[in-house]
Design a protein around this ligand. Structure first.
Ligand code: ARG
Length: 470
């Protein structure tokens, strides 16, 4: 690339070192910003027109050139053209193409503008768009999990819920699925708030850091782009990326619940558990062991989440070293944030597809639902309801667990009789199977079928509110 196609040059005597130009280029990562840069430029020419800086003929020519580049981006010709140059970023590439299409009008495009306010505005538009996408993605995952929960609720399928990886208490499969859905509802709320925040203050018109001596109709530009208002401090506006980074955080942290569910699926897919069967379309075999059927996609979701989280963290961390206004470090931060968002998007997409492909072995889950004395807490609760204090009830049931364990048997009627004696009744009335256990739960938010049905209704209401708020 010659120094003549750069956006500067008057004071330079030679062209940049191509290797350093390549080192400093974010062009390939920027490609997904192209349409937002074009929108930003369309807004800027409106600001120039409104400020009386360019006449209508130049305005029309610039709008036409930008429209043409939008088409070239769609059909791929712009990218091919730009790859023949050596551009630092998408902003310089689009500017050069405008000048190539119409050199007279093109020379006016950058009046009153710096790449600093341009990139900040482009990134705000990208963040808003990706926040809306994040809202759509997380609501759809939450709805998919909730509808599987509704199906499982009809059958009242049960399993042994665990803590510390140990059998704890029986729960409904529907309750587990609802638990998997809830974090995505919280993510959806965060995305909805971010989508609004990103479109609050428009950086365009801030210039390099101090504003512009050229009159610009910033209000017209903000209206064109859909921002609530122009930003109110140029120095802050050009160097702030917090909404973009918050968007990267929202995406990366939305993968965490997917990774945790994935971790459970990996365990459950083992024949030792056998609770789920990963579909053929999402499982892989071994090149050596003919019997293998591996839940790879869920493992990749688990590890990929850590990469997305690191990229999001890298964006914040590198920006923390940067003084006020624009510094080139922010280009690196931009790339980290984009990497987090795009990776997280692919993780959630893969998770949704692979999860849709799993089958639960509900009979097997149910058969193992009371293994490990998962009814012990119900028995202790029954003693407390009968009037014994909680510590004593806990100890008495613990003693019966030790006896049953020593005899290598499950809890049975003999344990109920022994416990009943402490209340002065022939036998304790307490659930002796997992289904009775979940039916006996009385608190809101519990695993009882009524509570889960109510929770699923409330969850859907919250998702509809999120949808409507953006
Ligand atoms: N390439 C930069 C980025 O993507 C934009 C240029 C910023 N301005 C500057 N003075 N170097 O962040």
């Amino acid at each position: 690339m010659s120094a003549g196609s750069l956006q500067w040059g008057g004071r330079f005597h030679s062209a940049p070192d191509p290797a350093l130009l390549a080192f400093g280029s974010s062009f390939e990562d920027d490609l997904l910003l192209a349409r937002f840069d074009l929108q930003t430029s369309q807004a800027h020419v409106r600001a120039l027109l409104g400020g009386g800086t360019i006449p209508p003929e130049i305005f029309d020519a610039l709008v036409a050139a930008l429209d043409r580049i939008a088409e070239e981006i769609e059909d791929g010709t712009f990218t091919a053209w730009a790859r023949n140059g050596a551009f630092e970023d998408i902003h310089g590439a689009i500017d050069a193409r405008v000048r190539e299409i119409d050199d007279v009008a093109g020379r006016w495009l950058h009046a009153g503008r710096s790449r600093n306010d341009q990139v900040a505005t482009t990134l705000a538009l990208y963040a808003a768009s990706r926040a809306r996408d994040g809202l759509a993605r997380t609501t759809s995952i939450a709805r998919a999990l909730a509808s599987r929960a509704a199906l499982a609720l009809e059958q009242k399928s049960v399993l042994a819920g665990t803590t510390h990886g140990q059998p704890a208490q029986p729960i409904l499969l529907a309750f587990w699925l609802q638990a998997a859905a809830e974090p995505f509802v919280r993510s959806a709320r965060r995305f909805a708030a971010l989508a609004r925040d990103a479109m609050e203050a428009m950086p365009l018109g801030s210039g390099a850091l101090a504003g512009s001596c050229i009159p610009l109709d910033r209000t017209a530009a903000a209206q064109y782009l859909g921002f609530a208002r122009p930003s109110r401090n140029a120095l802050d506006a050009v160097g702030t990326r917090d909404v973009l980074f918050a968007c990267a955080d929202a995406w990366a942290t939305s993968c965490v619940p997917a990774a945790r569910v994935a971790a459970e699926i990996v365990t459950w897919a083992s024949p030792h558990f056998g609770y789920v069967r990963v579909g053929d379309a999402s499982a892989s075999g071994s090149s050596l062991m003919p019997q293998k059927r591996n839940p790879d996609i869920f493992e990749l979701v688990r590890a990929g989440t850590q990469r997305a989280l690191s990229d999001a963290r890298a964006a914040w961390a590198a920006s923390a070293a940067v003084p006020l206004s624009y510094h080139r470090d922010l280009q690196e931060c931009k790339q980290s944030a984009i990497a987090a968002i795009e990776r997280a998007d692919s993780i959630l997409t893969a998770f949704a597809r692979a999860f849709a492909d799993i089958e639960f072995d509900v009979e097997r889950m149910e058969r193992q639902a009371t293994t490990g004395y998962t009814l012990a807490t119900d028995h202790a609760d029954a003693l407390v309801r009968g009037g014994l204090d909680a510590r004593r009830a806990h100890r008495l049931v613990g003693e019966r667990v030790a006896i049953a364990e020593a005899q290598e048997r499950a809890f049975d009627a003999s344990d109920l009789r022994a416990l009943g004696a402490h209340l002065g009744v022939p036998a304790l009335v307490a659930p002796l199977d997992a289904r009775a256990s979940v039916l006996a739960k009385v608190t809101d938010g519990s695993t009882s079928p009524e509570a889960v049905a109510r929770a699923l209704d409330a969850l859907e209401c919250e998702l509809s509110e999120c949808d409507a708020s953006v």
